[in-house]
Design a protein. Structure first.
Length: 207
């Protein structure tokens, strides 16, 4: 999703994400124990850009703001969140989130929760933001580790801004990853095959 959307509609989209409600229960003993940090994607493992190379930012603790329009920490225990942002010289960006939970069962529930939020994101955007039309698409599951799923999201504002995003959720053991790629455009501009390869790589690198 481009900066034009984020500047004018981020608040509304974040509210929409939080409207999903509380579906997970925190572990009785509190936050998940610390574990060896998963390995993140490198810039070269993102879908190739036709005219610009990718630049990877540092791996940072916490939940990335870039995912706030579809995915949030609302109703989720205080897991170990880390993320990495990626940029090109043009209006294309990406972000990867990893979440280390306490058990494989908790990770399975979290992965389903995040996928449900992405699946319903278009409807929530339209409900909360009458100036934005949104459409989601399901690009299917990937046979990697405990599984991953890729989805697409297209948004168009009443003032003409149009953006396309690809989002995926995958799991390996008790670790979950979410990857998001976005730029101006529509579904025809989405590098679905390359993003599926990126998602498979991201899940394989978790541990």
């Amino acid at each position: 999703m481009s900066m034009r959307i984020r500047t004018s509609a981020l608040t509304a989209l974040t509210v929409a994400a939080l409207a999903a409600g509380t579906v997970l229960t925190a572990p009785a003993a509190g936050a998940a124990p610390k574990a060896a940090a998963p390995t993140f994607l490198s810039a070269s493992q993102l879908p190739p850009h036709p005219t610009s190379s990718w630049t990877a930012g540092p791996v940072t603790d916490g939940f990335p703001e870039e995912l706030g329009f579809c995915v949030s920490t609302e109703g989720v225990p205080a897991y170990d969140y880390r993320h990495r942002e990626f940029r090109t010289d043009l209006d294309t960006s990406a972000v990867q989130l990893t979440v280390v939970t306490g058990t494989a069962a908790q990770a399975k529930a979290l992965a389903k929760h995040y996928d449900d939020l992405i699946r319903t994101c278009a409807d929530r955007i339209e409900e909360s933001s009458p100036d934005i039309e949104a459409e989601g698409r399901d690009y299917g599951s990937l046979p990697v580790e405990e599984g991953a799923r890729v989805r697409g999201l297209h948004t168009e504002t009443s003032w003409g801004a149009t953006d396309i995003a690809l989002l995926s959720v995958g799991r390996d053991g008790r670790t979950v990853t979410v990857v998001e790629w976005g730029q101006m455009g529509d579904f025809d501009d989405a590098p679905v095959a390359a993003f599926k390869k990126t998602t498979t790589t991201a899940v394989n690198k978790l541990y």
